[in-house]
Design a protein around this ligand. Structure first.
Ligand SMILES: [Zn+2]
Ligand SMILES: [Zn+2]
Length: 514
């Protein structure tokens, strides 16, 4: 569409012209940014005139780390987020099971560490509430899960190579405590979804994201359904969704990714696990489980081999690394690949980069690695009333985790994301979390936080000349907010999104503006 938005506060994120009052859109691109007088004079046939009445415009928001399939499934699944006991989990499944008349019953966002018993329901407990239908329960982190007897039969038949730690007791027979076993199990459970259902899930995620001001989602997909059916569906329909999709295919099959024509590979290809499951890999033990430091999901040789192959194939690589040891293994692999075959501007990604060592920070700086991080995690979980980081790691280590402000001060390029469904796709909450973080080591300026979710997000996928800033020639990806985040910095999460425009098309709009 052609449009002129006038009478507002335009935050361009373009350092050369940071502020304006109006913007003109022509043929899906930014035609001009300036004051009202200049913009009204711009030639844009049939342009819709939108009076902003002082509202604020930002570049369209980028969530650089989302799992779309899991997010869509979460909208569909029984929500266990509020459960505080195994009985709560079982009651919720018993109550909502009729919503799934046939096939799998999905229940998500289980946080066993919030349950009184600190564990998943046993296979017998799940059988008691769901005897004849397979049920799949998964963790809020996506790093563990559980099933009942009918589910286990289907999973064992469907994933004959399923390997998992031997259950410590018969009660644990339905549990998938680590990434490898969980992925094998969930690929059967989620693989039961039809292509049409998968397409509808992806569309619903994109539509909900547009409501939150999102114009670009980095979708980290794969390993969740057999043969990655969901990835193929997303790849086919992504051009018709109301957000841009930057597809990260979570596979180590370099040939397949090249054949699909994708420029990048990986995502939450997990070098290690997650903190809550005590599977993120550190040099020092967990305080809440002193017999473990977590573990690597692949050997260093496997990681090095994959990174080298993907790097030499010209792909941008992303892998998940949370613990200091896991991040060291990954950044050293990137450094080794880069010194063996130097590639300018490869922007390999370290997803999460939660606890980097000094060495990893130095490598990330030298190689200009992309660091998609998730400010909402610590905002929710590292505060006195939640205290998970301190409980697991103690004060000193907790203070070194996800220290956005320190990393940015050292010149690293941090982008923002939600890791949805771990936290909701809500970039303004992400900005708020970085600006209002309880810890000084993380607390950023409004400017830095906005960059994480706009231009830095675009940079991560080599798209900084296409969107992420508002200047002439860029794609018309922008969002109209009810207030200025600089002026309302303590309540950024409450600022309403009034309109979202993606590639020149309105993808979400309230009545307030038109
Ligand atoms: Zn991850
Ligand atoms: Zn993730």
């Amino acid at each position: 569409m052609n449009a002129k938005l006038v009478g507002g506060t335009i935050i361009t994120m373009d350092p050369e012209h940071p502020a304006a009052t109006a913007v003109a859109i022509r043929d899906g691109r930014i035609a001009a940014v300036g004051d009202d007088h200049d913009i009204l004079a711009v030639d844009a046939p049939g342009a819709e005139l939108i009076d902003l009445h002082g509202r604020t415009v930002l570049p369209g928001l980028v969530d650089s780390h989302v799992h779309a399939l899991d997010t869509g499934l979460q909208h569909l699944a029984i929500d266990l987020a509020d459960a505080t006991s195994v009985a709560d989990v079982c009651d919720a499944i018993a109550r909502e099971r009729p919503r799934f008349p046939s096939g799998w019953v999905y229940a998500m966002r289980c946080a066993t560490w919030e349950l009184r018993e600190g564990r998943y329901p046993t296979i017998a407990e799940l059988d008691a509430v769901c005897p004849d239908q397979p049920v799949f329960v998964s963790s809020v982190t996506g790093h563990s899960g559980a099933t009942n007897s009918p589910g286990l039969r289907i999973i064992e038949a469907g994933a004959p190579k399923l390997s998992r730690p031997a259950p410590a007791s018969p009660e644990e027979a339905g549990w998938f405590p680590d990434d490898i076993s969980l992925l094998a199990a969930s690929s059967v459970a989620f693989g039961a979804l039809e292509r049409e259902e998968l397409g509808a899930l992806h569309r619903s995620v994109a539509e909900r994201a547009a409501v939150k001001g999102v114009t670009t989602l980095h979708c980290l997909e794969g390993q969740a359904t057999q043969d990655d059916k969901d990835v193929m569906v997303l790849h086919e329909i992504s051009g018709a969704l109301p957000v841009r999709v930057v597809l990260m295919y979570q596979t180590m099959d370099v040939g397949r990714v090249k054949a699909m024509g994708l420029p990048r590979i990986g995502g939450c290809l997990c070098v290690d696990g997650a903190c809550f499951e005590n599977t993120a890999c550190f040099y020092e033990p967990y305080l809440d489980k002193p017999d473990t430091c977590g573990s690597l999901n692949y050997t260093e040789e496997e990681i090095g081999g994959f990174v080298m192959a993907a790097h030499e194939a010209g792909l941008q690589i992303g892998m998940h690394a949370i613990g200091d040891r896991a991040i060291d293994v990954l950044t050293r692999a990137y450094a080794a690949a880069q010194s063996a075959s130097p590639r300018p501007d490869m922007r390999h990604r370290v997803e999460h980069f939660q606890t980097p060592s000094r060495e990893s920070i130095a490598i990330a700086s030298r190689l200009r690695l992309a660091l998609p991080m998730q400010p909402i995690f610590s905002y929710l979980w590292d505060r006195p009333e939640a205290d998970h980081y301190v409980r697991q790691f103690g004060e000193t280590r907790a203070d070194g985790m996800e220290s956005f402000a320190r990393l940015i001060a050292q010149g690293l390029l941090v982008s923002g994301g939600s890791d949805s469904p771990v936290t909701d796709i809500d970039p303004l909450l992400g900005v708020h979390s970085a600006v209002n973080n309880p810890r000084a080591s993380r607390r950023t300026t409004v400017e830095e936080a906005l960059r994480m979710f706009t231009c830095n997000g675009a940079w991560v996928s080599h798209d900084e000349d296409e969107y992420g800033t508002l200047k002439p020639g860029m794609s018309a990806d922008l969002v109209v907010l009810g207030a200025d985040p600089y002026k309302e910095s303590a309540t950024i999460c409450d600022i309403p999104v009034l309109m979202t425009i993606s590639r020149g098309d309105v993808t979400y709009s309230t009545d307030d503006l038109r």
